[in-house]
Design a protein around this ligand. Structure first.
Ligand code: 13P
Ligand code: ZN
Length: 279
């Protein structure tokens, strides 16, 4: 292997960004992605980058408010702030960065990427706080965080209350298999300023029990073990929201819904433990 862009996790990352753009989830620089490297992937990247001078150590959070000690020394691939998702495949080395955290998880340095300058996404500190939670609760399985601005999902947040139960019930009650994709439910984060500590703390708390959270009037954040699953979850969120909004705006009387006994049958058929509070 000769170049960093040939590393399998870089290829998967680029593909996710490309698909998200094609699906209309990213206007301009809307959305961002981060990937938490495994030890083997760090070794492979190190070997390729041998002799290359790393960038300077920089605060993870410009205000110096955030540290992720449980991720000290870990590496992340992340989109650059202000970079357009549609350019990630077209000009990869300009659009994304491979970052290494320092020994206490409060500073990062760029090992590769953002070749024309720039910094990781403005939500890098939020991503890291969520990765820290997910690393702990998933036993290291969760690797991908994907934030997007899917239009129907955002529209839905104007007509559904900002709580987990309302959002989960609305989404589950669209396609029969939505509850199978989100068996734990989906978290709701009321409107907050993006990139700040408050939205990071609120989302990280929800991510202890959910894999996906909706940011009201903004978008969603999905966490998963693979790029396919992160994208798959975002697609199902958006498609479910599209069905919800279509039904809402049809002007027709709603004649049916999936009833609690239906969910219990789904749980049995798919061997799931669907929380009763969402039925
Ligand atoms: P960045 O360009 O800094 O990643 O911001 C995009 C975004 O969607 C913020 O919520
Ligand atoms: Zn956003």
């Amino acid at each position: 292997m000769k170049s960093t862009t040939e590393l399998p996790f870089v290829r998967g990352f680029v593909r996710l960004c490309e698909i998200g753009d094609k699906l209309g989830f990213h206007e301009r620089n809307g959305g961002n992605t981060s990937y938490h490297l495994t030890d083997d992937e760090i070794r492979a990247a190190r070997a390729l980058l041998k002799g290359r001078k790393p960038g300077p150590w920089t605060d993870v959070d410009p205000k110096g408010d955030v540290a992720v000690p449980q991720l000290a020394g870990h590496w992340f691939l992340v989109t650059g702030s202000g970079k357009f998702m549609r350019n990630v495949a077209y000009d990869t080395e300009d659009s994304i960065a491979l970052c290494e955290l320092d020994g206490d998880g409060s500073h990062y340095r760029i090992r590769w990427g953002l070749c024309n300058g720039g910094r990781p996404t403005s939500e890098f500190s939020s991503h890291l706080m969520i990765h820290e939670v997910k690393f702990r609760v998933s036993g290291g399985r969760t690797r991908v965080l994907y934030h997007a601005h899917p239009p129907c999902l955002i529209a839905m947040t104007y007509v559904v209350p900002a709580n987990d139960k309302a959002v989960t019930r609305a989404l589950w009650n669209t396609m029969t298999e939505t509850s199978v994709i989100f068996p734990k439910g989906v978290g709701a984060v009321k409107w907050m300023v993006p990139g700040g500590r408050a939205i990071a703390v609120a989302t990280a708390k929800l991510m202890e029990k959910y894999d996906d959270a909706i940011w009201f009037f903004h978008g969603a954040l999905c966490s998963a073990d693979t790029f396919d699953n992160a994208m798959g979850q975002m697609e199902v969120l958006e498609k479910s929201a599209k069905i919800f909004m279509t039904v809402q705006s049809s002007g027709m009387k709603r004649l049916g819904a999936i009833v609690p006994a239906g969910y219990r049958a789904i749980a049995k058929a798919f061997n799931l433990n669907l929380p009763t509070r969402f039925l």
